[in-house]
Design a protein around this ligand. Structure first.
Ligand code: GDP
Ligand code: IMO
Ligand code: MG
Length: 428
């Protein structure tokens, strides 16, 4: 059996959580492969809205296994709070949720280091979610990190103290007052570690290999988006993990030739939360319209998301890097209301016109070149098939497919599970 991957093609918040939830019934295992509680994946069904940070988005489907892979970083406090929230929905966490022993732990001092680093950067700050993601991945690659499996060891506390001492040394280089915050964070952290000890901790790569050999179907769930990838994103305004398809191999221990479909999710427009270049960003009433109609506020931090028109060169770039086989277009309902919509089809770069992403997409260097096409005004939130869609939306879908060269398989017209239209039979 093969593994399918679902990931975001823009700057995150494309709607990954919603679609993973929709697709879960076709899979046996949903596996998160990178990122941590910087993610906020929103699910809406049966009148409830649920935001998941570390837990895979298949968790509300009884019988499905939800795996947190080795590539993920876990803050025990946030994680346990998420678990507590699930109990209200009668989720059998011990059975449904599996955690890789190789996943790394976010320590309270990682969060403090994140805040200290951002404060020191001043106006050049990344706009991090301040969840400790960067410092935790730094310790992972620096070979200092603590892993979930370590909590089962007798000398866990010593390992913790030794890493904390390193962090305190680093913090002494920043003018950052943290002692009080640390004293507040630490007890809750250890309490949460105790709770984690009772959960199902596994050697996840072995588990996945066995499951695949037994014919089980796996969907790997990405976090963030391709333009936030540590290598291919708008560096340094990125996150610290491999958000692209390759991250599903390293973050789960599956080989590249195991991957079958790659679902690439994008919004019908673009958003970005945090700092960094955003070529098609709108500063006018159109941007304000998208932000308000799309409720574009971060699911994790509540910060307003910057909004702009769809960027075809950026989308093409993400599709190539990930080997996307199926596109999923989200939030078409939010785009209702424009006489015409703009699509960036190339960039003006150093007095040339280019269709690829150059080394830097800084606004001082590139200017988007737009094509303007007819918009639509109909309310799409009740739409349940493509035939009934306004012609301008059908044309927009065809236009994007033609530009990208990959079919759009699913169209989303609202936040609810039910507001999802399968455009081609997926036979998963
Ligand atoms: P994720 O991080 O990729 O899972 O996305 P988020 O949950 O952070 O952000 C997506 C937001 O858009 C959430 O509030 C969803 O409930 C909402 N959403 C998802 N799909 C649609 C859609 O088709 N239309 C509208 N209006 N909202 C959507
Ligand atoms: P999901 O999975 C949108 C952004 C932050 C910041 C940069 C670095 O919900 O799509 P970090 O906390 O990783 O150090 O922040 O990345 N960012 C996200 N933006 N969606 C996310 O996740 C994000 N996770 C991180 O805003 O610009
Ligand atoms: Mg999100």
């Amino acid at each position: 059996m093969k593994v399918d991957v679902l990931l975001g093609l823009q700057w995150g918040d494309e709607g990954k959580g919603k679609i993973v939830d929709v697709l879960t019934r076709k899979y046996d295992i949903i596996a998160r492969f990178q990122g941590g509680p910087n993610a906020g994946h929103t699910l809406e069904f049966d009148g409830i809205k649920h935001v998941l940070h570390t837990i895979p988005s298949g968790i509300f489907h009884p019988g499905t296994k939800n795996l947190i892979g080795n590539g993920v970083v876990i803050d025990p406090v946030i994680f346990c709070k998420e678990i507590a929230d699930l109990k209200v929905h009668n989720v059998n966490v011990k059975e449904a949720l599996l955690i890789s022993r190789k996943a790394h732990l976010i320590l309270p001092t990682h969060r403090i280091l994140d805040a200290a680093s951002e404060a020191a950067k001043g106006k050049n700050k990344i706009g991090s979610t301040l969840k400790g993601i960067g410092p935790t991945y730094m310790d992972k690659t620096g070979r200092n990190g603590l892993r979930v499996g370590d909590i089962e060891l007798e000398d866990f506390k010593e390992r913790y103290e030794s890493l904390k001492a390193k962090h305190e040394q680093l913090l002494s280089h920043y003018e950052f007052d943290y002692k009080e915050q640390l004293a507040e964070l630490e007890p809750a952290w250890f309490e949460a570690v105790e709770i984690m000890r009772e959960l199902t901790l596994i050697d996840s790569e072995h588990y996945l290999h066995t499951a695949l050999a037994d014919g089980k179907k796996v969907l790997a769930e990405g976090a963030q988006g391709s333009l936030l990838d540590i290598d291919f994103g708008s560096y340094p305004f990125v996150t610290s993990s491999t958000t692209t398809c390759a991250g599903s191999c390293t973050g789960l221990g599956i080989a590249p030739n195991r991957i079958e479909r790659v679902f690439g999710i994008f919004k019908a427009y673009c958003t970005r939360v945090g700092s960094g270049p955003f070529p098609t960003e709108l500063f006018d009433e159109d941007g304000a319209y998208l932000q308000e109609k799309g409720h574009e506020f971060g699911a994790t931090t509540g910060r307003p998301r910057r909004c702009g028109w769809l960027d075809i060169p950026a989308l093409k770039y993400a599709v190539s890097i990930n080997g996307v086989t199926n596109l999923i277009m989200m939030k078409a309902d939010v785009m209702s209301g424009f006489d015409t919509i703009k699509v960036c089809t190339k960039y003006r770069y150093k007095s040339e016109e280019i269709e690829h992403l150059p080394y830097s997409i800084d606004e001082s260097l590139i200017e988007p070149v737009y094509e303007e096409i007819p918009g639509w005004k109909d309310d799409l939130t009740g739409l349940d098939n493509l035939e009934d869609a306004p012609q301008a939306l059908k044309d927009y879908l065809a236009y994007v497919e033609e530009k990208i060269g990959v079919p759009i398989s699913i169209l989303s017209v609202g936040p609810n599970r039910t507001q999802t239209i399968e455009l081609e039979k997926l036979s998963l």
